[in-house]
Structure formats: C-alpha cells, structure tokens
Design a protein around this ligand. Sequence first.
Ligand SMILES: NC(=O)C1=CN([C@@H]2O[C@H](COP(=O)(O)OP(=O)(O)OC[C@H]3O[C@@H](n4cnc5c(N)ncnc54)[C@H](OP(=O)(O)O)[C@@H]3O)[C@@H](O)[C@H]2O)C=CC1
Ligand SMILES: CC(C)(CO)C(=O)C(=O)O
Length: 342
Amino acid sequence: MAKSRVLVVGTGGIGTMSAYALEKGGLAEVTAVMRSNYDAAVKNGIDIDSVLWGQIKAWRPSAITKTVPDVSKGDVAPFDFILVTTKNIPDVPPTVADIIAPAVTPGKTAIVLSQNGINIEKPLITRFPTNPLISSVAYTGATETALAKIYNDDPDCQKIGAFTSPQVPTNVAEEATKRYVNIYNPDGKLNIIYEPDVAKVRWRKIAYNGSMNPVASILRMDTPRMRMSRHVIDDLILPVIGEIRAIAEASGITLQPDLVHAVLHQDPNDTAFKPSMCQDYEKGNLMEIENLVGEPLREAEKLHVPTPTLKIIYGIMKGLQLKVKEEKGLWEPGFQSGNPYE
Ligand SMILES: NC(=O)C1=CN([C@@H]2O[C@H](COP(=O)(O)OP(=O)(O)OC[C@H]3O[C@@H](n4cnc5c(N)ncnc54)[C@H](OP(=O)(O)O)[C@@H]3O)[C@@H](O)[C@H]2O)C=CC1
Ligand SMILES: CC(C)(CO)C(=O)C(=O)O
C-alpha cells in the first residue's frame, strides 16, 4: 500500500515528535518544513532525547525542505495530510492559512491542527472550505532545546477528532480523521486516540492553557510555585477556570466536575514546569495569546458571559506581546488612527 504523504509544517517540539512517530509507524512518508533549524537538521540530522523513544541520534525524515512546497506547479505530488505544528500567532502575519496555502490541494488534503487554542479552525474553514479539518489536542511535552535538538519529557499523547466545516460532509471529515489516527498509531501502541467529542476536550484543555499559561508568563513562575501561593490560585487561576467553564457552558459544552482538580494537578509538584507561553516569553518569542486568551474572551462577549479576570489577564498579555513585537522590530511605537489616548 502506498504510504500517505504528510507535510509537517513547524518542525519544533511537537512537530518533530509527530514526524518521528508518523515515519516510525511505516504508513507515512513525511516532508518536514524547517526554518531556523533547517541547516542543522540537513547537516547533522535531528537528535531526540525522548521519554518514549529513547535516545535518537541524527534522525532525518523522508524529506526536509526550507519552504512550503507549491503543489500547483505540478512537480510536487499532492499531500494527503498537512500537519500544522507552528505556534499559532494570528496577530502577527503570516497566518497559518497563508503559510500552508501553497501545499493545500482543494478537496483532497486533510489539514491537521495540532496546536493549542480555541477557534483555530475558523480562518481555515473560510480559506479551505472543501478540505477536511482535523483537531489534535496534544498533551505531549516537547521542547527544542537547541537547533534540531528535541527534549521530549512527556510521552506523546493526543486526542484527535474532526472539526466541523460546513461544506465538508461529516462522514468525509471523520473518515480522514480515522485514517490519520491509523497512520500515526497503526498498531495501537501509542496514546494517540480518536476522540469523537474533541470540541469538549479542546475546551477542557483551554481551562489549563487559558489560565496557567498567561499567569505563569506574567509572573515568570513555574506551576508548582504558583500553587504554593494561595493568592495566585485563589485570586487568578480559579476565577479564570470558572470563567472558562461558564463560556464553554454557554456554548453548549459542559466541562467535567473534576476540571479544577485536573488543571491544578496536571504538573507534578517536584518539577519546575513552565507552560509553553511562559517559555516563549522568557526566550523573547511571540506568544499564543489570541487563541488561548483572546478567543475565549470574544466568545464570552458574544454569549454575554462575565469574564472580569480573563479580561484583565488579556490586557496584560496584549501589553507584554507589544513589548515582544517592539523588541523584534515588528512594531514601531506610535498611535493608531482613532486612538483617543494620544
Ligand atoms: N511543546 C509542547 O510541549 C506542547 C505544545 N503544544 C502546542 O503545539 C503547538 C506547537 O508548539 P511547539 O512544538 O512547542 O512549538 P515550537 O516553538 O517548538 O515549534 C514551532 C516550529 O514552527 C516553526 N515555524 C513557525 N512559523 C513557521 C513558518 N512560517 N514556516 C516554517 N516553520 C515555522 C518554528 O520555526 P522557528 O524556530 O524558525 O521559529 C518552530 O520550528 C503550539 O500550538 C503549542 O501551544 C501543545 C501541547 C504541548
Ligand atoms: C502543559 C502543556 C505542555 C501540555 O499539556 C501545554 O499545553 C503548554 O505548555 O502549553
């Protein structure tokens, strides 16, 4: 049987672990789009120190490319799947839709978003209305510690289901999703599972990422230390989890009673774990604030759910993101037209 052609866009922590597992399963041929780590990967391969796979040295996927292949030119075969594992930062161009557009064959390529956040599928539904869209909620822990060097401390774990896209029949989206899960986990040994109610899982995860990620970034604190401060938990984390639960409820999704306990105890006490947003902030990187904090807030506004704590946290995160943009030369200080505070 011909292998499925998979393009991995964003070969950092999660992208590398996924690319490795997909090739290891034997049913996929991976082309990895690499950017800052391209030269290192081509020259020396990728080193992976993994709690699941052990020490992998100088690994290379079937193909490595520096740019997203353009399938319209006819010299590149269409992709069955595009797996997107970039950070999702819609407030700074190019957007995910712009990045992957050259490689998307309308009506054929299924697009897998293995990224945190709410409403990440919305711009893709508009741009690629006939392509199946797949939601992967990842609990894997993986970090690129140096160029093409990956440290994987939590074993690969993903819950995967179809996003709803009005022009894609449900059975087509579900079939593509099950095919993807099968090529990723052909012998069922990995914790990569098909999840029919993936929307609920995504909301449940945002209770962690919408609370712990921004508060850790603001405080530059690991999550066990945050839990050692009752103020941080009582006055910030618990109110945000409650607000996210209320937004989900207003959108028809009831989150489980154990939500607070699950969020608070996700990270063991004996680690100094900092969520990905905090790690990005400490590295001077742009942060995923729009889909982790902004979108839940905008859903709340539409549904008239009060979210006083989330709103304050979003305001602070917007300020921090602006500082990062300025440091990166992506923002010149100046008042936008219509700003009344000039
Ligand atoms: N890491 C984790 O443990 C977890 C992460 N997640 C989510 O998974 C997603 C991926 O996170 P993570 O793996 O940590 O991210 P990383 O920052 O490790 O990797 C992202 C990769 O995308 C690349 N990239 C970004 N934009 C482009 C572009 N335009 N073209 C080509 N490559 C690009 C980056 O390249 P460059 O280095 O050049 O910027 C980098 O290699 C995020 O949504 C995150 O929230 C979810 C659960 C756990
Ligand atoms: C906590 C983790 C690693 C996954 O559960 C995550 O999603 C993040 O750090 O953003």
